[in-house]
Every structure is written in C-alpha cells, then in structure tokens.
Design a protein around this ligand. Sequence first.
Ligand code: NAP
Length: 232
Amino acid sequence: METIVLVTGANRGIGLEVGRQLAEQGALVLLSGRNLEATNLAAAAIAKEGYLVEALQLDVTQPKQIDLAASELETRFGKLDILVNNAAVYLDEGSSIFEVSSGTFQDTLATNLVGPLILTRRMLPLLKRSQAGRIVNVSSGMGALHDMRGREAAYRVSKTGLNALTRIMASELQASGIKVNAICPGWVRTDMGGSNAPRNVVQGALGIVWAATLPADGPTGGFFRDGEALDW
Ligand code: NAP
C-alpha cells in the first residue's frame, strides 16, 4: 500500500506545499483544513496535476472531528505513515505580553499546542502500524528559548511548548521506531509570514518534507531548519 500522509492546515500556505511535495513523491496525501470548501479547492488543484490527494475536514481544536478523521483512516487504510502538525494561528503579532488577552492566549495554545497533542495521541495507534511512522511538528525559531525576546508571547510560548512536546513524544516513542521532530520552515511568504519574507513556500516546505521522509537511521527528538540542527 502507498504511503498515507495527513497534513493539517493544508488548504493554503506551507501546509499545502508540503502536501504537494509529498504527493509528488508518490504518497496518498490527505490535505486537511477547517474550511472544507477551501480544502476541497486546494486538493482539486493538486489532484488535477495527476497526484493522489484528497481533502479532509479537520479543525484541530475539535476533538469530534479528530475522532472522525481517525475513524476514516482506520476504515480506509488501517494505518497512517506521516502526520504533519502544520496548522497554526498567529493572533498576537506585534502585541506586548502585558496587552494580549487571555482569550487570544488560550485560542493560540488550543490550535498550536493542544491541537497537535490531541491529534497525535488519537493517530498514534495508526502510526504504530506504519513501517516508518513519522511525526513532524511545524515549529518556529520564535519558540527557541535561547533567542527568546519580547512580543508575540502567545505564539512564541505555543511553539516552545510544541518543541517540548516533540522531545517528550520522541522519548516515549524511541523504541517504536516512530520519529518525532520539530521543524522551523524559516521566514516564508504566506498569509502568516507576510510579503516581506525572504522564502517562498517551496523553500519553506523542503525541511518539513525532509523530516517526514527520514530514513530509519535518521534523527528523532530534534529541532531543525533546512535539515540543520537548531538550538532549543
Ligand atoms: P498560514 O498561511 O497562515 O496557514 C495556516 C494554516 O493553518 C491555514 O490553512 C489555516 O486554515 C490553518 N489553521 C488555523 N487554525 C486551524 C485549526 N484550528 N484547524 C485546522 N487548521 C487551522 O500559515 P503558514 O505560514 O503556512 O504556516 C504554516 C506553519 O508554519 C505554522 O505552524 C506556522 O506557525 C509555521 N511557521 C511559519 C512561518 C512563516 O514565516 N510563514 C515561520 C515559522 C513557522 P484557515 O485557512 O481555515 O485559516
């Protein structure tokens, strides 16, 4: 059976390009998004190029949708090979930690941190049935403690937390052969990154695809950009 991939937040931006690159490698890619119409359009555009891509509705903050997605994967494929936790929000751009509302803080953590935790946990039995299970947590240099600065506290803390989840999961999954890594795509021109970013989505997606397709002797529990280790 082909490699089965699930990418979250894949109706636009880096997630969409990650899906495209993995489909180009021959995988069956489930592009997931919270807006089914937008996700259908994105999937149709790649499918038209002749690749195996499907749309799946999945809001990572909605446990019921996570359950439905897992049930569908179980029924149709009985496994999941690659999970890319890409979906994220950047709600407090430019805000001081002393100004950001508790609602914004909680919404950010719900999408960027708790969502990946709940989704990964639910998908784990399926990942364990893969010959080469890979979990990629799309993180950011803004979550690196060694370079922590002011502003954007909610987003930064969500990515620092995601980095911690990465290490904890990798440690607990060491014996299973499933690899878990946190990847910073660099500063990329997307709705989130803005038009001044130096990288395009193709460049941003490459390091994520690298982590998604690591060989058996590849690293786990690391933080990387462009396949190079970053300081936490
Ligand atoms: P983007 O263009 O803003 O896309 C974000 C995606 O996440 C969209 O598809 C969005 O869906 C989805 N999303 C948001 N909340 C969701 C939810 N609750 N459930 C499911 N999907 C949800 O951002 P991007 O630049 O491609 O970012 C992708 C990843 O790279 C993120 O993890 C981001 O933190 C990381 N990153 C980006 C940069 C950069 O410079 N761009 C730098 C470092 C790290 P909707 O269309 O429905 O909103």
